[in-house]
Design a protein around this ligand. Structure first.
Ligand code: NDP
Ligand code: OXD
Length: 308
């Protein structure tokens, strides 16, 4: 059984070494050196060219190097074979750290201190305790739950919104449209960790921002298309929102002329909130391959109808 690796943003040699440690003898080819396409039974991919997977006649398993699978599902030629997505300690720890950092950045006014430092001004600013800050998390799945747990250890009040109600210790769970409205009304820092689906695209829009208390902050670490960019600019410029941290944008890389780069209330990172570290994630790939070969239920299988 041959595995095809295809990603322009992951290091194939590092992956080859990590996979060889766990699956000795497994042949791995690296796209575009596919050889005979009929040899390929499994593919390990991140944003493969549209149509590429459909050109592999014996493909029987797709493993996504990413947690979010909309780049695959949006390819109309995607073969109808099991699709496993990435769930690993590397991603969850990275994301929990990124969200904690962004919540602290706004709560503890770190950008204001950077501006004061630039003027050599020693000027303590007031900030309340973490327990007085309510963080609302859209998406209480693998990453949202990890972020929620980390924030709870820091004494933030944490609320979470998901399709189905959840039980996470110390976290108040909301679901449905009424639940969303109830959560937003209490949220000082809103974090988006939803998958991108037709239901969630554009969810960070003017109506949602208006439902947040004045002075709220928005953190989007999910997908750029969750956000209506013009609505964010309007809500920041009107003074309703205090700031936004964006790890993802509609167009990536963010074009140099985009207003987000120079907006005083926006902080940008280049889609690095959570990374699929090979050393921490190869075990999950190996487990998917092992289960597939053994004909056992596959872990972290994507529900194509749901879209995540
Ligand atoms: P999960 O599938 O584990 O969790 C998704 C959560 O969103 C679930 O709680 C789900 O609810 C909820 N959800 C989905 N649709 C809706 C809806 N219509 N209404 C309310 N809640 C909804 O995903 P992960 O936590 O692993 O990842 C989330 C996203 O993070 C990924 O899809 C990806 O886009 C993004 N990501 C970003 C990275 C970055 O570096 N910026 C890195 C990795 C991922 P329920 O549980 O009830 O189904
Ligand atoms: C992912 C990502 O979905 O890195 O894993 O965005």
């Amino acid at each position: 059984m041959t595995l095809l690796f295809c990603s322009s943003s992951d290091n194939a040699n590092v992956w080859r070494a990590e996979i060889a440690k766990r699956l000795p003898g497994l042949e791995m080819r690296v796209w575009p050196d596919v050889g005979d396409p009929a040899d390929i039974r499994m593919a390990l991919v991140w944003k493969p060219p549209a149509g590429m997977l459909a050109s592999l006649p014996n493909l029987s398993l797709i493993v996504s190097l990413g947690a979010g699978v909309e780049p695959l599902l949006e390819d109309p030629t995607l073969p109808d074979v099991p699709l496993v997505r990435m769930v690993s300690d590397g991603l969850t720890l990275d994301m929990a750290g990124y969200i904690a950092f962004q919540v602290l950045r706004w709560h503890r006014q770190m950008d204001d201190y950077a501006a004061l430092q630039a003027q050599a001004r020693w000027e303590p600013l007031d900030h309340g305790p973490a327990s007085a800050v309510t963080v609302g998390i859209l998406g209480l799945g693998e990453l949202g739950t990890a972020a929620a747990r980390t924030l709870r250890t820091m004494d933030y009040r944490v609320l979470g919104w998901s399709r189905s109600p959840k039980q996470v210790e110390g976290v108040e769970s909301f679901s449905g449209p009424d639940g969303l409205a109830a959560m937003l009304a209490q949220t000082n820092t809103l974090v988006c960790l939803l998958p991108l689906t037709p239901d969630t695209q554009g969810i960070l829009n003017a109506a949602l921002f208006a439902a947040l208390p004045a002075g709220a902050v928005v953190v989007n670490a999910a997908r750029g298309r969750h956000l209506v960019e013009a609505d964010l600019l309007a809500a920041l410029d009107s003074g309703h929102l205090r700031g936004a941290s964006l790890d993802v944008t509609v167009t990536e890389p963010l074009p140099p002329e985009h207003p987000f780069w120079r907006h005083p209330k926006i902080r940008i990172t280049p889609h690095v909130a959570a990374v699929t570290h090979p050393s921490l994630s190869a075990a999950q790939v190996a487990e998917a391959v092992r289960a597939f070969r053994a004909g056992e239920p596959l872990p972290n299988l994507v529900d194509r109808k749901r879209g995540y």
